[in-house]
Design a protein around this ligand. Structure first.
Ligand code: UFG
Length: 333
């Protein structure tokens, strides 16, 4: 069985879906603080998925889950993942994201489970020194979210040296889109991410879309990010699990499309997708946002055999379909 922490969340649930296509048996561990039971129920209709409501901060929950089930490897998604919130409430991020991860890997070792795929982030790089960003780029996070992810990376590598724990660290860039049949999708409350926020305005769920700053040192003044499709990203986790089994060694990979788009460019693609004008205004910068982030993913291509297959336009089209579905209030497929 593959233990998926945070499997009720956005990226975790898409990774579960990807694994189900290859008949993996999945155990989702999630406290449902940010994830959704409806997502789990949808996944349970599609394959062998067991759900355990538990919290990484409670060692007891982890003890019980490892005692009760035969866990072979772990995909570790569970984390708070909002940059701005992490600036305002850093301790929350260190406690949940760092201590929670330490609890998890300690219990893994106690139970002789030695393979883990960890969701890390381009936020560990901070303000880039060069582009595109490869895995060797210095890591100097500029927000507690990135700091906490980096701390877990270091702990994982330390645990390999000390105890032989093997980890694949995946550093995601920005993520977009949803399952091709819109059975699951991006569902955050509150929503803070760019594409869903534009689409909420396009569908009149919100009144006006706010661009956080147009005075960055970029061609149009707005921040540049690398938006990778969530299904493409999910597939990388399957490859990472296979890599751990075959190679039995730890490694780190960036996952992005290697192309950056500005906030204004994304806005334009969204307007084209929805085929109408969306209200927008320029407001102040958001704390913790670096100006430009885009990936060099050559290593993941070469070693994992991964490549992003879906376009940004496809991701936005899917996100639009999902947004419309969300607004009907019918989340279960
Ligand atoms: N943005 C707006 N208006 C909005 C929302 C976002 O202008 O309403 C801008 C942001 O300022 C940023 C860009 O759009 O410049 C993208 O913002 P997102 O919130 O969609 O995503 P982030 O760039 O903050 O993503 C970061 C890291 C990821 C990490 C994620 C966690 O790049 O690695 O935070 O939420 F996983």
């Amino acid at each position: 069985m593959i233990l998926v922490t945070g499997g009720a969340g956005y990226i975790g649930s898409h990774a579960v879906l990807s694994l189900l296509k290859d008949n993996y048996e999945i155990l989702i561990f999630d406290n449902l603080e940010r994830g959704h039971i409806e997502t789990v129920e949808t996944l349970q209709k599609l394959g062998k998925v067991t759900f355990f409501k538990g919290d990484l901060r409670k060692a007891d929950d982890l003890e019980r889950v490892f005692k009760q089930y035969n866990i072979e490897s772990v995909l570790h998604f569970a984390a708070f993942a909002l940059v701005e919130e992490s600036v305002k409430e850093p301790f929350k991020y260190y406690k949940n994201n760092v201590l929670g991860s330490v609890n998890l890997i300690n219990i893994m070792l106690k139970n002789n489970v030695k393979n883990i795929v960890f969701s890390s982030s381009c936020a560990t790089y901070g303000e880039p020194k060069y582009f595109p960003i490869d895995e060797k780029h210095p890591q100097k996070p500029i927000n507690p979210y990135g700091e906490a992810k980096l701390e877990v990376e270091k702990i994982l590598l330390e645990y390999d040296k000390l105890y032989g724990l093997k980890s694949v660290i995946l550093r995601y860039f920005n993520v977009a889109g949803c399952d091709e049949y819109c059975r699951i999708g991006e569902w955050h409350e509150p929503e803070t991410h760019l594409i869903p926020n534009i689409l909420k305005c396009a569908t009149n769920k919100e009144k006006i879309f706010k661009i956080y700053g147009d005075d960055y040192n970029t061609p149009d003044g707005t921040c540049i990010r690398d938006y990778v499709n969530v299904e493409d990203l999910a597939d990388a986790h399957k490859l990472a699990l296979e890599y751990l089994k075959k190679e039995n060694k730890s490694d780190i990979f960036n996952l992005g499309t290697e192309k950056g788009n500005s906030v204004k460019e994304i806005f334009d693609i969204c307007e084209k997708t929805v085929n109408s004008k969306v209200n927008r205004e320029i407001t102040h910068r958001r704390a913790g946002d670096p100006a430009i982030l885009y990936a060099d993913s050559a290593k993941a291509k070469k070693i994992l055999g991964w490549k992003p297959n879906r376009t940004l336009e496809e991701s936005i089209q899917r996100a639009f379909e999902w947004e419309k579905k969300m607004q009907t209030g019918n989340y279960i497929s």
